[in-house]
Design a protein around this ligand. Structure first.
Ligand code: BTN
Length: 322
């Protein structure tokens, strides 16, 4: 976004004269006019008011690295290497490119304003419009081999839900394994990907979170979706504030998971289960049954006519039978 500084000045929604903008940015009035034109092309709704100046009509919520870092607890801040980008293919892909050697204790975190190739679970595209939502990934390291990762994606769902509630969202639900629901639809999804080979029991994981913050329209989303601004309009959502809270909550949850395992999270996940006591069917085979929560490894339990059957997270998904 070439017009970032200009948008920052217009962010208060008041009318600013071309002259005052030019003097604040140390450029000519013609250059201001060109930047306004470019910003409009990028999707900003800016009125030109004859004889008075320019006014931005769409609320803006710019990402700012320093603000995000400042709002985090210092103990977390020290462990994080934060990159805030205007544009990237996928923040998950960027973590893979950035990642220091597996011996490093630093946790790489990448946030982008826009993703050109945002990816979701099961090969889906994650719609990532500019300036509206949060696209955040972090690189986590665990010791103990792949088996210790059982339940990790559910743990991250709990961490995101808890962070959103500290920011003002009420009753964030979880749809197994880790979709976050508020209001009538999905507000966030989590994509956990393994990175590299197992080295002496050390596993590297990339965890990517897509959170709908201000989005009011979406082109091609094939699921029932919602955003914080639609589902909880009473709060003033700031992407910087949400980023700080999410990073702190995700890292604390990862620490607790590494130390205590999934057991510390099972009840916390269960309390948010939107499938509990609903009749569900699995995406593969002809399995269906009543939702009974999760077992100690994070598998979803279905009470069928014959028995309680655990469903493993992975390629199978569950849906409510209406
Ligand atoms: C899902 O399908 O529910 C998971 C969506 C995960 C989207 C996030 S956005 C940040 C990170 N970068 C990506 O390309 N995907 C994840």
């Amino acid at each position: 976004m070439k017009s970032r500084a200009l948008i920052g000045l217009l962010a208060d929604g008041k009318v600013h004269s071309g002259e005052s903008l030019a003097s604040s940015l140390g450029i000519s009035r013609t250059a201001i006019w060109k930047q306004v034109r470019r910003a409009v092309e990028e999707g900003y709704d800016i009125d030109t008011i004859r004889g008075k100046g320019y006014r931005l009509n769409t609320p803006v919520d710019l990402l700012d690295r320093e603000t995000i870092l400042k709002e985090m607890p210092e103990s977390i801040q020290r462990r994080v290497q934060l990159d805030v980008l205007e544009e990237v293919d996928s923040t998950n892909a960027e973590i893979v490119r950035l990642r220091p050697g597996s011996g490093s204790a630093i946790i790489p975190v990448c946030i982008a304003d826009f993703q050109t190739a945002g990816r979701g679970r099961r090969g889906r595209v994650w719609q990532s419009p500019r300036g509206e939502n949060l696209y955040l990934s972090l690189g986590l390291t665990f010791r103990g081999g792949f088996s210790m990762l059982d339940g990790l994606s559910l743990v991250l769902g709990v961490a995101v839900a808890e962070a959103l509630e500290t920011a003002g969202a009420k009753q964030v639900g979880l749809k197994w394994p880790n979709d976050l629901f508020l209001g009538r639809g999905k507000i966030a999804g989590i994509l956990v990907e393994l990175q590299g080979e197992l080295e002496e029991g050390v596993v590297q994981v990339v965890a990517g979170i897509g959170l709908n913050v201000h989005m009011r329209q979406a082109g091609a989303v094939d699921q029932v979706w919602d955003s914080l601004s639609i589902a909880a309009p009473e709060a003033r959502w700031s992407r910087n504030d949400l980023s700080s809270r999410l990073i702190a909550s995700l890292i604390s949850a990862a620490d607790q998971f590494a130390a205590e395992g999934f057991g510390a999270f099972r009840a916390r996940w269960q309390a948010r289960d939107i499938f509990a006591d609903q009749w569900l069917s699995a995406s593969q085979g002809d399995l269906s049954g009543l939702g009974q929560g999760i077992d100690e490894s994070g598998n979803y339990l279905l009470q069928t006519d014959q028995a309680v059957v655990p469903v493993r997270a992975g390629e199978i998904s569950l849906r409510v039978v209406s």
